[in-house]
Design a protein around this ligand. Sequence first.
Ligand SMILES: Cc1ncc(COP(=O)(O)O)c(C=O)c1O
Length: 370
Amino acid sequence: MPKTSPLNRRQWFKSSAAALAGLAIAPRLPAASEPAAKPTGPVRLALNENPFGPSAAAVAAMRERAADVCRYPMADGRDLVALLADKEGVKPDQIVLGAGSGEILEACGQLLGGPGGEVVCAKPTYGQLTAAMARRGSTLVEVPLNERKEHDLAAMAAAVTAKTQCVYVCNPNNPTGTVVDAGQLREFVRAAAATAPVVVDEAYLECSDDFAGRTLAGLVAEGHDVIVLRTFSKIHALAGQRIGYGIASPGMAAKLGPYVIGGPNLLALVGARANLEDVAYIDRTRREIKAGRNALIAVLNELGCDYAVPHGNFVFFHSGVPIADFRPRMLAEGVHVGRPFPPFLDWCRISIGTPGEMAAAHAALRVVLG
Ligand SMILES: Cc1ncc(COP(=O)(O)O)c(C=O)c1O
């Protein structure tokens, strides 16, 4: 077997690093004056990804640490937890990191679910926690959204009983993008948490205009039985890195810990930290997403389509065409859109992409619905 010389190893490392550098994560947020890039393949507007990408500082930080991936990431995990605890106004033992907030939702389901009990949630909403609880034997109590496609808090409150093991609130809601009035939501969650833990999924809240006024992380700090979830997959554009976290009481965090069996990898921790610190970039991404939402709404208005008021990086609208037909017709025009969300089977969820991707989406909508 030929020996690898140090020079070859160095060359190999340089070319691997170059490949990594070129591979994926170059930030794609265009300068305001930059013309919209024309997409080449089908445009991915189906999974609520953030194609603007993480900040240049986050990409540089991950590149810089690429050769450290031979080491376990505990110290970087502790550093990020300290930073997040400070940001959220809680103690480090109240932060639970996961390989995406999806892993924390799974952990909540494992911990809280079981036969004989119920999970109260909206319909439709994001299904990962409720699916995990159903696998453990819990029964789903699905409460229809109100006419604005927001959580119906009065009906949800009425559904909370002694059997309730957990209440799930997704704010903004996926797939509708709607938020609930902040004061009413706070009141509902405080009351429900006296009966059972309330999981408040804020995956998209940082895409909205009023994160500070709407986040319920303060309820955790006040000592209510509330678990608030955040992800780095949306505004931070690190979906491929798999990192998110939960904020909970020290007791709940300790109980969730053993169910988190993956956790974030080193580069996820490094990228998350650097992106979090690049506040100007995040603000700019938020503005780009909002501009994308507004431009899409203008097209929907032109086409006469009703829509739910969006606060995330996606819009849920009434195409009037069964989604089973609408999806392939949009794909034929080069645009992937979201899956069916019963009972709204002639509605469609479309994620916000770059200006170029959105131009393709607008054109496809005009062809399919015009
Ligand atoms: C509402 C909501 N919560 C949680 C998640 C999970 O995201 P991740 O596991 O990438 O953090 C998603 C993913 O789309 C989502 O829409």
